[in-house]
Design a protein around this ligand. Structure first.
Ligand code: PLP
Length: 399
């Protein structure tokens, strides 16, 4: 069958593929621990769901402006202002159907055939595909493992060409959990500014941050003179356990916002109206919202500590990145390869078949010597999963 060049290189999301297989095995009756999905295990806080239900009952169920209901755009701008210490303009906000659509809007609007877009690697699996949908060329830029894979201007210099038009970074990072400091972000932003390269910063995990009390550093906190052309991507999915509601947003220059909004008006019109009402409760700056963020944050912190401690005890010597944010543990498994298993994809497949633990192989993130384990689950399941992984590795090394 013939398909257009738009989707020539398109493949389904690798992380969704693993989680679908794990669900299928579980439905067949297998005892599966599925740590492949990228979503919080909490229910959406009741004050958020309740606001949506009340909105539906009140008839708030019609189209909204493509960029979102004005009150929500203002609330998002207020939260961004609080975090950055500068005043953000509600007209710079476009509310989208998840951060994924926010990324799509940005990539599709800013890049096209002949453009190269640098992607800090290991990267969230969707970035290269979105760049390819825009028919631009994704270029991986790996940081140093010793620096938790965070990239620097030196890494960018190594990969830049005359065709480079954009850089996509993600902090806190999926899959590594690495968090860029404000100084590190400043150095990248200034490099982009000097080169006239768009900086797209995906900060969807910003609220899930383990150092200090507040959110992880973000590009909007940089001095205005450090920033060239840029787009911030964020949303409600991870911080407020709202993955299914599909609420993301971009923050950008107002001229850029108009293009994103026009694009969206031709595709999805607007993010679902009840979801926007729910998001207004989430981003409303209330004490209930603060309490939810800190309660979920504390739980993730406890799990992060547990997973790091048990890695050291059960899998001593296995390299991993200590997560500074997000809820993933990225660890290296090439030390366990043998004549049958020569990459992380095969290693994960054996682990799923033999031990019933689903992880995502690093092929999805640009390096198939590593795997990603989500720790958005109970302490008990984390313990069980690490126990099964340790036992599988013991079995593999003696066979
Ligand atoms: N960005 C990153 C780094 C992610 O990990 C994800 C989801 O896994 C997204 C964006 C997409 O978020 P959403 O569910 O809001 O589309």
């Amino acid at each position: 069958m013939h398909f257009s060049a738009n989707v020539e290189k398109l493949k389904p999301s690798a992380t969704i593929a693993v989680s679908t297989l794990a669900k299928k095995l579980a439905a067949e009756g297998r005892d599966i621990i599925n740590l492949s999905a990228g979503e919080p295990d909490f229910d959406t806080p009741a004050f958020i769901s309740g606001a949506a239900i009340a909105g539906i009952r009140d008839g708030t169920t019609r189209y909204t402006p493509p960029a979102g209901i004005p009150e929500l755009r203002s609330a998002i701008a207020d939260r961004l202002s609080e975090r950055s210490g500068c005043t953000m303009d509600p007209d710079g906000v476009v509310v989208t159907a998840g951060a994924k659509q926010a990324l799509f809007n940005a990539i599709f609007t800013l890049f096209g055939p002949g453009d190269e877009v640098m992607i800090a690697a290991p990267y969230w699996t969707t970035y290269p595909d979105l760049v390819m949908i825009a028919r631009a060329e994704p270029m991986e830029v790996f940081g140093d493992q010793a620096n938790d894979f965070k990239i620097t201007p030196t890494d960018l210099e190594r990969c830049v060409t005359d065709a480079t038009r954009g850089l996509i970074i993600n902090t806190p990072c999926n899959p590594t959990g690495a968090v860029y400091t404000l100084d590190e972000l400043g150095a990248l932003a200034e490099w982009c500014r000097d080169r006239g390269v768009w900086l797209l910063s995906d900060e969807i995990y910003r609220s899930i941050h383990y150092a200090g009390d507040g959110a992880a550093p973000g590009i909007l906190s940089l001095p205005a003179e450090s920033l060239g052309p840029h787009v911030l991507i964020d949303g409600a999915s991870k911080s407020f356990a709202m993955t299914g509601w599909r609420i993301g947003f971009t923050y950008s220059d107002v001229e850029v916002t108009k293009k994103f909004s026009a694009l969206q008006s031709q595709i999805t019109s607007n993010s679902a109206t009840p979801s926007q009402v729910a998001a207004l409760a989430a981003f409303g700056g209330t004490s209930a919202a603060d309490a939810s963020l800190s309660e979920m944050g504390e739980t993730f912190r406890r799990r992060r500590d547990l997973v790091c401690r048990r890695m050291g005890e059960l899998l001593p010597g296995v390299p991993f990145v200590e997560p500074g944010g997000a809820f993933y543990l990225f660890f290296r498994v090439d030390g366990f390869f043998d004549h049958q298993v020569t990459n992380a994809t095969e290693w994960c497949s054996r682990l799923l078949q033999e031990e019933g633990v689903a992880l995502v192989p690093g092929a999805a993130f640009g390096d198939d010597r590593w795997v990603r384990m989500s720790f958005a689950t109970s302490d008990d399941i984390i313990e069980q999963a690490l126990g099964r992984i340790a036992s599988s590795v013991g079995a593999a090394s003696t066979s």
